[in-house]
Design a protein around this ligand. Structure first.
Ligand code: AMP
Length: 425
């Protein structure tokens, strides 16, 4: 089977790495890919949002499955365009991708289906938003409704800050993503990432993961796309996983199907585990980055077969096998991230680092310049370790990092601290 994977990050390198091990695979292409993905797939310079070029490429190369990594092409309706052209794809349609594309849509769906989530209001008028705000307790969360590349969420600790966030959002700080604002109750608890493959009717949970969103050690500093992740997440016990499936994932799948917009693909629930149980913070309609890197380290089953079963609507007959090992990934980012990352610096020592036992290094933002490896993004490398415990996986990842010579980059030294602290007590 010829497969086309879309995207260029560490998530896509991890997916490409897993797909390339499939006995069902004939040839793997990736658009646009990166220097690491080029080791396991043929990279082609097509922009994942260019629907016509992708469809043409699929016809030319007889692609039998397109795996769509990032959210933007999904929310823009690439799935529908591929479907109309008779090309099989993994991911939701545009209507189903609203679960990520509009926070207000998802909040309303939660209300209809009785899914636990933070209390909220939706507003397009700043005055109405401020009237609502005046009656809420602090802190309070202000969100741009649409896709804002992880930047459209403000946790306000004062009323002035909240009002300023409303004004900024509704006056275009996040472009069209902020034409509507969602104001949400602040949830207290521990966050976890929950993934399930969904074929429109059935959902199959994956193993759990947790990530670190803040740039600095001790979970300090600005939010990022994610500075590291580990799996399993100790807070997602088997009982908690059953509860999340029953109270959050399954009612969502049922409601989407009832509306005539069944969800197919991977549903990624950002959860807050509160004292009264799991609550949905947000949905994403694609694999997480960097959570996918640790999930793929633990997946024993054939990923390609699982994606096909999802796409073909036969997940109820499918099961996934996972390694009992833990996995942990540390993101190495370019200096300046998450502000303006410095591009173009050289990375050395990667081959030596890659030879570390129980380590895979996924590239997130790299390119080759002859034999030299060059940083070409904010998040640049995902150094991923495996071990019997999270502590062992962490030690493997940091042992590999110690061999990487890259003055142009930095990383957090404490990935996994919450899980490790819990295991020690
Ligand atoms: P989101 O983009 O919706 O996942 O939000 C980004 C981050 O903001 C989340 O990972 C949480 O850490 C935080 N956050 C979002 N909504 C809430 C909420 N209602 N209560 C507490 N924290 C939140």
């Amino acid at each position: 089977m010829n497969v086309l994977l879309l995207g260029s990050g560490g998530r896509e390198h991890a997916l490409a790495w897993a797909l390339s091990a499939s006995p069902l695979l004939t040839k793997l292409f990736c658009a646009p890919g990166n220097a690491g993905i080029a080791d396991v797939a043929q990279c082609i310079p097509i922009d994942p949002t260019n629907q016509d070029s992708i469809i043409q490429f699929c016809r030319d190369e007889r692609i039998q499955l397109v795996v769509i990594g990032p959210e933007a092409p999904l929310v823009a309706g690439l799935g529908d365009a591929l479907g109309a052209a008779g090309i099989r794809y993994f991911g939701p349609t545009k209507s189903a991708a609203r679960l990520e594309g509009s926070k207000g849509f998802t909040k309303d769906l939660c209300r209809t289906a009785g899914i636990p989530t933070a209390a909220y209001g939706r507003f397009m008028d700043p005055q109405a938003a401020k009237t609502y705000l005046a009656a809420q307790s602090l802190p309070i969360v202000v969100k741009a409704d649409g896709l804002a590349a992880g930047k459209g969420v403000i946790i306000a600790t004062t009323r002035e800050e909240a009002e300023a966030a409303v004004d900024a959002c509704l006056s275009g700080a996040f472009g069209s993503a902020g034409a509507e604002v969602v104001i949400e109750e602040f949830l207290e608890g521990e966050e976890a990432s929950f993934f399930a493959l969904c074929d429109g009717v059935h959902a199959l949970p994956l193993v759990s993961a947790q990530d670190h969103k803040r740039v600095g050690d001790g979970d300090t500093g600005p939010n990022t796309g994610g500075m590291g992740a580990y799996s399993p997440a100790p807070i997602i016990t088997p009982e908690m996983s059953d509860r999340v499936m029953r109270e959050i994932i399954e009612p969502t799948i049922k409601e989407m199907a009832a509306r005539g917009t069944p969800f197919k693909g991977v549903l990624f629930a950002g959860l807050m585990i509160t004292s009264s149980g799991p609550k949905l913070i947000e949905y994403n309609v694609r694999f997480g980055d960097p959570e996918t890197q640790v999930l793929m380290m633990r997946l024993k089953s054939d990923l390609l077969a699982a994606l096909i079963a999802t796409t073909d609507g036969v997940l109820s007959n499918f099961d996934l096998r996972w390694s009992d090992d833990a996995a942990l990934t540390v993101v190495m980012a370019a200096n300046g991230y998450p502000g303006t990352p410095q591009k173009g610096t050289e990375i050395k020592g990667l081959e030596l680092a890659q030879a570390t036992p129980n380590v895979e290094i996924f590239h997130a933002g790299t390119r080759r310049d002859g034999a030299r490896l060059i940083a070409d993004g904010g998040r640049v490398l995902n150094v991923t370790g495996r071990g019997k415990t999270i502590a062992e996986a962490r030690d493997a990842a940091y042992a590999a990092i110690a061999k990487i010579d890259w003055p142009g980059g930095f990383y957090r030294k404490d990935i996994g601290w919450r899980a490790l602290q819990r295991n020690e007590t």
